[in-house]
Design a protein around this ligand. Structure first.
Ligand code: NAD
Ligand code: GLY
Length: 364
């Protein structure tokens, strides 16, 4: 098992480990038992992951003598809301969970964000352990302490920064992940290559077949690599004051596409198109070498991620989605753009006509 430590300099007491391995539920239970983080634990999961892994983790914890319970909610983004917070907090109270309990978020990003949010406010805050089970959550959302729920007005509008006390990544969970969810995670993996590491990007280009076939040693290496990148960024900018914003590469247009399509376009495909758009605008505005742009478009295509915007999505709807971007600064929409692969920066706004032209140029 590989361990990475997330060092949070200001508060060493809040530093934590990311443990990565294959088929490690028994060891996760042992580490939780030995950690004495809490007197009792409540696993929070969705009904899909609960059926696949909830009872198994509960049984391992019980075998280790750890007092634990399971709370299950319906899978999907639609559960990431205030009502779920109230329901789950109510169930915690029914179980008699007090300030000495800790939550274990077992699932994808929805579980991680929701359980993380509840942990950060339940009885003024209890510890949260992340056990991510989607590729997206294993390489991104479980690390870094962003928690959130959605409001009717938009995604992630209520949230906290609250670091987990530990992250346990069991790569075996990916064996049951549906292809579409795997693709969502792959888009984020590609993003990390583009924003931080040309060598990771090259490795992805060279091993498309290993990625497609979910080759285990390859996946282990890639997940470790991406977690190391994310941890480094979070260590430098825990609260997204600057550097951490580069993690939004491809997400500005991506989020607008998701919302204009009423979430008919998956997150991974929307981010893939957003990354192509950002590369095209970077070439036009900042001289990103054509070869780098072509490599980005080539890798995205070879992984069968989306490369274009369907005709039935109106440009005006996409542009008005961009206007609602939560990271907008006054009237300026900041994009993460590139000088070259591995060298991103936050730009000070893209001219409207270039934005329109880029969207139109991506029509399929
Ligand atoms: P998800 O949590 O909805 O999971 C996708 C589906 O896969 C669900 O139906 C789930 O039940 C199922 N699933 C999970 N693990 C499985 C497994 N091992 N086998 C079979 N099925 C499994 O989606 P996601 O893509 O993991 O997360 C998306 C959420 O993450 C969004 O709400 C997004 O806002 C959030 N997010 C948060 C951060 C952050 O930094 N906090 C970063 C990126 C995304
Ligand atoms: N996924 C974006 C972040 O963690 O900042």
């Amino acid at each position: 098992m590989k361990k990475l430590k997330v060092h949070l300099d200001r508060k060493q007491s809040q530093s934590y480990e990311i443990c990565i391995g294959y088929d490690i539920f028994d060891r996760i239970a042992m580490m939780i038992a030995n950690s004495r983080i809490a007197g009792r634990y409540v696993i929070v999961t969705d009904d899909c992951v609960g059926t696949l892994y909830g009872e198994t983790l509960l049984a391992h914890l019980t075998k280790m003598g750890v007092r634990s319970d399971l709370i299950v909610f319906p899978a999907g983004e639609r559960s990431k809301n205030v009502q779920s917070v109230l329901d789950i907090a109510g169930k915690l109270l029914d179980l008699g969970a007090d300030r000495k309990c800790a939550l274990i978020a077992l699932g994808g990003g929805v579980v991680g964000d929701l359980a993380g949010f509840i942990a950060s406010v339940y009885m003024r805050g209890v510890p949260c352990i992340q056990v991510p089970t989607t590729l997206m959550a294993q390489v991104d959302s479980s690390i870094g302490g962003k928690t959130a729920i959605d409001l009717p007005q938009g995604k992630n509008l209520l949230g906290t920064f609250c670091q987990p006390v530990g992250v346990f990544i069991d790569i075996k969970c990916l064996d049951t992940l549906p292809d579409a969810e795997y693709q969502n995670g792959l888009a984020e993996v590609v993003k990390y290559g583009i924003i931080d590491s040309e060598s990771l990007f090259r490795q992805l280009e060279a091993d498309v077949e290993a990625i497609r076939s979910r080759n285990r040693p390859f996946l282990e290496a890639i997940i470790q690599r991406v977690c190391t990148i994310k941890k480094g960024i979070v260590e430098m900018d825990e609260r997204e004051q600057g550097l951490r914003r580069i993690l939004n590469f491809g997400h500005t247009l991506g989020h607008a596409l998701e919302s204009a399509s009423e979430y008919g376009i998956s997150h991974g495909n929307a981010v893939a198109v957003g990354m192509i758009a950002a590369a095209r605008m970077s070439q036009k505005l900042y001289g990103l070498p054509a070869e780098d742009r072509e490599r980005i478009e080539g890798l995205i295509a070879s992984l069968s991620l989306a490369c274009g915007i369907p005709e039935d999505l109106a440009t005006e709807d996409i542009l008005s989605g961009l206007q609602r971007d939560k990271k907008k600064d006054g009237d300026t929409i900041h994009f993460v753009l590139l000088k070259k692969i591995g060298l991103p920066f936050i730009n000070g706004g893209v001219p409207d006509d270039l934005l329109r032209e880029t969207i139109e140029g991506l029509r399929t």
